[in-house]
Design a protein around this ligand. Structure first.
Ligand SMILES: Cc1cc2nc3c(=O)[nH]c(=O)nc-3n(C[C@H](O)[C@H](O)[C@H](O)COP(=O)(O)OP(=O)(O)OC[C@H]3O[C@@H](n4cnc5c(N)ncnc54)[C@H](O)[C@@H]3O)c2cc1C
Length: 503
């Protein structure tokens, strides 16, 4: 029997990890405390990078069909427009910079895709109550009662991770004091999908209000609470009604709306120092918490899950030693620290932590109304892909970066022919050819591309170049000698015949 991988938590991160492992042919058990997908919209902005990963997993289609694409946003001071956000969007991009989609849909689409593999057993309504971790794995006690042994445990059980607590690990960093009231409302209105922010609106003086359209005529309305404001009072339906109705009236939207979900949010910038603890590996909110401003929580968690899962699949198949997972912490913790740096700046702006920051923020807003050069300071610094440096990147640009969107001469996207595993782009010959290859025990796809192809120009590739692409779409190396096996070995992989390392 193949070794057992257990995922704690069936949120977007746990389900992405499970799906990636299943796509690599590995059976997985997911333990999820809730009886079904999450309540409330929670993470609504899904980034282009996440869509690229979901596409590699063969699950992007329902996200794109249901989600609402957007490329722009507007910020106002009072009623005056002070900043217009335009996200990069080139003709060769297969996906918009963002789609808006309620987290419960994201979880449902991932759970459906997991079920369709026949390899993922999701145990809904089971909570991990106790974890005993040892050198060979972890013993889990579930509620309702059951005991489960895991050879590897992926801890994706969210911000209040039981696994983290059971292992006696603590997140390091800081928490911000200011809070936002978060609501979903049902509202019929013809506004396009765009990010809209009002600083100090007449409807709610001193506050900041953010509005995002979601599918099904649902709108996210986030309102900053005043310093010291009573959270319980703010959450009372009649107080929410007064606050939101005043705002809808101010912006000329219909007075008819229904409250669907409410919550209070406080920003944190927290992370574990190390994500791999023996045979227990942390991902998503269980590993780190980043503020919602810049929308990096779910998006960075999806990247964690995929990065971890393809590496763990190699370890399980005996094609990489467990120490290869050190590259997971190296890459994803560095990404987390970058996220924290960017999101901290956004949080200072969206939720200034002290009167001094309020003064500085208001000065920027005021200046931006008259001097366009200050408007860039209002940029919300939305989530983007990271450059990696680790043993799994062999150096030299564009190595360490995700493969850009590029069109092949026949009009197809390069990503459409890449497959979900390792790929090698060979810039030689006079046409396009795709063939499965094997080096030792490791399968990869060889894609031969004419060096005069538009795609080569986009990638800056010259005749004779060989690009080694990782399963997450990152360029691992640009090889001058074309020695794919040598490069994979230098990354720390073993090319011996496939065997289950822990069978
Ligand atoms: C109001 C709000 C808005 C947000 N907006 C965005 C956004 O637009 N974009 C973005 O990228 N991020 C956003 N985020 C952040 C995003 O929601 C989280 O980062 C994301 O949900 C993390 O996913 P996860 O799977 O790690 O954790 P979770 O989504 O919390 O999932 C963890 C799962 O583990 C389960 N679980 C917990 N304990 C146990 C246990 N002991 N046993 C078994 N199961 C357990 C839980 O039931 C849950 O289903 C937002 C968050 C909030 C609160």
């Amino acid at each position: 029997m193949p070794p057992r991988i257990v995922v704690a938590g069936g949120g977007p991160v746990g389900l992405t990890a499970a799906l990636t492992l299943a796509r690599n042919g590995l059976p997985v058990t997911v333990i999820e405390a809730d009886a079904g997908v999450c309540e409330g919209s929670r993470a609504i902005c899904i980034s282009r990078r996440s869509l690229q990963l979901l596409d590699r997993l063969g699950v992007a289609a329902p996200f794109l069909a249901k989600g609402l694409a957007w490329t722009e946003g507007t910020s106002y001071l009072g009623a005056a427009e002070i900043f217009h956000l335009r996200m990069p969007h080139a003709p060769e991009d297969r996906f918009p910079p963002f789609i808006n989609l309620q987290q419960y849909y994201a979880e449902q689409f991932l759970a459906d895709a997991c079920a369709a593999t026949g390899l993922v057993d999701i145990r809904w309504g089971h909570r991990i109550a106790d974890v005993k971790a040892g050198p060979g794995g972890a013993a889990l006690t579930l509620t309702p009662g059951d005991v489960l042994d895991a050879d590897w445990l992926i801890a994706a059980d969210g911000a209040r991770s039981t696994v983290r607590e059971q292992l006696g690990l603590a997140l390091e960093g800081r928490s911000f004091e200011r809070r936002y009231l978060i609501t979903d409302i049902a509202l019929k209105c013809g506004w396009p999908t765009a990010r809209k922010v009002w600083f100090d609106p007449v409807s709610n003086p001193g506050s900041t209000i953010i509005m995002h359209r979601q599918p099904d005529d649902v709108w996210r309305v986030d309102c900053q609470l005043a310093e010291g404001e009573d959270e319980h009072e703010a959450l009372k339906d009649e107080n929410i009604r007064a606050r939101i109705s005043a705002h809808l009236a101010m912006v000329g939207l219909p007075a008819e709306w229904t409250l669907l979900w409410k919550s209070v949010y406080k920003a944190h910038t927290l992370s574990l120092a190390e994500y791999v603890h023996g045979r227990v590996v942390f991902a998503g909110d269980a590993a780190h918490l980043v503020p919602i401003f810049g929308v990096r929580g779910l998006n960075s968690g999806v990247d964690d899950a995929h990065n971890l899962a393809w590496k763990l699949a190699l370890v399980m198949k005996g094609q990489a030693p467990p120490s290869f997972l050190a590259t997971y912490t190296a890459e994803r913790r560095a990404a987390c620290l970058e996220n924290i740096a960017a999101a901290t700046k956004s949080t200072w702006f969206m939720s200034p932590p002290s009167p001094g920051y309020v003064l500085a923020r208001d000065a920027v807003l005021e200046l931006a109304t008259r001097h366009p050069q200050f408007r860039v300071l209002i940029d919300p610094r939305q989530s983007a892909a990271h450059a990696y440096r680790s043993a799994a990147i062999l150096g030299g640009p564009p190595a360490g970066l995700p493969l850009p969107e590029a069109r092949l001469g026949d009009g197809r996207s390069l990503h459409d022919v890449l497959g979900g595993g390792f790929a090698v782009l060979v810039f030689a010959g006079d046409g396009l050819g795709v063939a499965p290859r094997r080096v030792g025990a490791l399968d990869y796809l060889e894609i031969r591309i004419f060096a005069g192809d538009a795609c080569a120009a986009t990638l800056g590739a010259k005749h004779g170049d060989t690009f080694l692409i990782r399963p997450d779409g990152y360029v691992a190396a640009v090889l001058k000698d074309g020695d794919v096996g040598g490069a994979l070995r230098r990354m720390g992989l073993s090319l011996e015949e496939e065997r289950h390392a822990f069978a």
